[in-house]
Design a protein around this ligand. Structure first.
Ligand code: SF4
Length: 331
């Protein structure tokens, strides 16, 4: 079976660097290394969690994965089509199939449009639905995300944060996508509302056979919705594995630190004893030598300061980029 038939999204060696320009002539004096050679795939109906601290490149990776930002290098293949090689017109035709939901829906919902107009617009532009058809479809969408018919005449400012996120999900669903990139979709919500939105996303995944790239800084949130989890640090994936493996048997010292930081009672005493992560993420402008995590790693060795660890395939699936596992992976 070819890769294209078993993956909905295949990202290979994706890199995104932003130039830093200074002076009157706007000369390039450096680069922000936001994403550095990331590879992963997402299968149909799968939810891949992408977790890491703020500023590690998660959002940039999410935007590049659906070509809202042009990668500096690397390849994004969606359902067998290399998005970097198709003309703009073809990319526009494909866009309804991959959507994005952001952390702050208020900034992405047009304040001057009623819900009916906002949800109806893509149905008119992309599917050419007439007024009556659009209205029926808008009502269906509202019902699907747990909103009521009377909400269709309201404007974004008339909704609570949780309801606005439901609206953003409804808009993402309008054109029957296959893949939704959810970028911190519950981070700005109260804990009780977070659970409602996570449950909604989980149900929609099953009902519509959706795939998610679910981005969050909070491993405790990601574990509720992800089938597999990719852990990102300074623009690289340092560990990727099934959700159960990441949560019960995290290998990478950074993943272990993220696990230890989850404030939940069921976390084991052994995990509680682990040291929480010290220090801040180094600047993505001037990346540390060797392993990017070495300035903060409690298990750092001399070679970690010089030599960048490669991604190692683990027995039973999954991968980790850490010198500690080189012998284990080779055996
Ligand atoms: Fe720590 Fe070295 Fe592994 Fe990096 S390669 S995570 S510094 S042990």
């Amino acid at each position: 079976m070819s890769a294209s038939t078993i993956t909905i999204l295949q990202v290979t060696d994706l890199t995104k660097h932003f130039p830093i320009r200074k002076g009157v002539l706007k000369r390039t004096v450096g680069h922000v290394h936001a994403v550095n050679g990331v590879s992963f795939s997402i299968r149909p109906g799968e939810s891949l969690g992408l977790v890491g601290e703020s500023g590690c490149g998660k959002t940039t990776l999410g935007k590049c994965a659906v070509y809202l930002q042009q990668p500096t290098a690397g390849k994004v293949v969606f359902k067998g089509t290399d998005l970097g090689s198709v003309p703009e017109q073809e990319l526009r035709r494909l866009r309804p199939q991959f959507q994005m939901v952001f952390q702050d829906p208020f900034s992405t919902l047009n304040p001057r449009m009623s819900v009916e107009a906002m949800l109806g617009e893509p149905l008119m532009l992309y599917e050419g639905l007439k007024s009556g058809q659009r209205r029926r479809r808008v009502m269906q969408l509202l019902d699907t995300v747990g909103l009521r018919p009377e909400h269709s005449s309201r404007y974004p400012h008339e909704f609570s944060g949780g309801q606005r996120q439901r609206l953003a999900v409804a808009r993402a669903l309008a054109l029957n996508p296959s893949l939704i990139v959810c970028d911190e979709p519950v981070s700005a919500l109260d804990v009780s509302i977070q659970a409602q939105i996570l449950n909604l996303l989980d149900r929609l995944k099953d009902d519509f056979g959706l795939s998610y790239l679910f981005i969050s800084h909070d491993l405790g949130v990601v574990e509720h919705i992800a089938d597999r989890i990719a852990v990102m640090y300074l623009g690289k994936i340092v560990e990727l594995n099934r959700e159960s493996e990441i949560c019960r048997n995290a290998r990478h010292p950074y993943t272990q630190a993220l696990m230890a930081a989850i404030p939940i009672p069921r976390i084991s005493a052994e995990k509680k004893q682990r040291k929480l992560l010290a220090g801040d993420v180094p600047s993505p402008i001037d990346l540390p030598s060797g392993c990017s995590f070495h300035p903060r790693c409690p298990k750092v060795m001399e070679r970690c300061r010089q030599e960048e660890p490669r991604s190692l395939a683990l027995a039973g699936g999954g991968e980790v980029a850490c010198h500690l596992y080189e012998t284990a992976a080779a055996n």
